[in-house]
Write a protein of this length. Structure first.
Length: 218
């Protein structure tokens, strides 16, 4: 075991946390089909419930958003109580010799004390148009969270797919299709490399709408 130790440093954090977030997403997202995030909600049965969802980008007013269906538990949780917390784990890698990848720094981004706001209906058609075929079929035929018989589900899926392919008709956006954006009270950025003690920068939303930032011990 190496007997060295160092301190990670987040140098010159920008005034706006979204600017830092965008930079990390662009760097971590290179060569990846999508970026996942972990969404925790308040659940009546379990107290807290989390799951992995796909980060879909920033809304027109610069808030992280994701897509779901109204029949999911995550959506029902947010409807009942819009408080949520999100985490991203973003290892930044560089290609070595075009083959191997070397991890540089790992980042964790947390949106703390976030309030979820449902995306307006007027924005959903454009998002639906960008969905891939499996996502469109899932939206129609799969009862999320209910016990299912695989063969029955497969028959339902294949029937739907064949109908779509043979008629060439567009798959309509189901009424359940929706999305939520998150307005955090606090952004927490943690950076660490191999053999280092992490650095953390927090941005706290002030009553005047501006962000106050500070390094905090990890
Ligand atoms: C890589 C990955 C991405 C996912 N993306 C989404 C998503 O964007 N929206 C969603 O509702 N569920 C997504 N899921 C499924 C959720 O993790 C979860 O299983 C599902 O939403 C049901 O969770 P719930 O019972 O808490 O609602 C994804 C799962 C994985 C593994």
């Amino acid at each position: 075991m190496a007997q060295t130790s160092a301190l990670a440093k987040i140098s010159d954090p920008p005034i706006d946390p979204v600017q830092l977030f965008k930079h990390l997403i662009e760097t971590a997202g290179q060569g990846k089909p999508f970026i996942e995030m972990n969404l925790a909600t308040i659940d009546e049965e379990f107290g807290v419930l989390n799951r992995t969802v796909v980060y879909r980008g920033l809304s027109s007013d610069n808030h992280v958003f994701y897509i779901t269906h109204r029949y999911t538990r995550n959506c029902k949780n947010l409807q009942a109580n819009p408080k949520a917390c999100l985490t991203f784990y973003l290892p930044l890698v560089k290609n070595v010799d075009g083959m191997d990848k070397e991890t540089l720094d790992s980042w964790q981004v947390r949106l703390i004390g976030a309030t979820a706001v449902e995306l307006p209906e007027s924005e959903m058609d454009a998002l639906w148009a960008k969905e891939d075929l499996p996502a469109k079929i899932r939206g129609h035929v799969f009862p999320c969270g209910e016990p299912v018989d695989y063969e029955q589900q497969k028959a339902k899926h294949d029937g739907f797919l064949n109908e779509h392919l043979s008629t060439g008709r567009a798959i309509e956006r189901p009424a359940t299709y929706t999305g939520w954006k998150f307005q955090p009270q606090l952004w927490d950025f943690l950076k660490v490399g191999q053999g280092q003690i992490a650095d953390r920068v927090q941005y706290r939303l002030q009553s005047n709408g501006k962000w106050q930032s500070m390094h905090v011990a990890t």
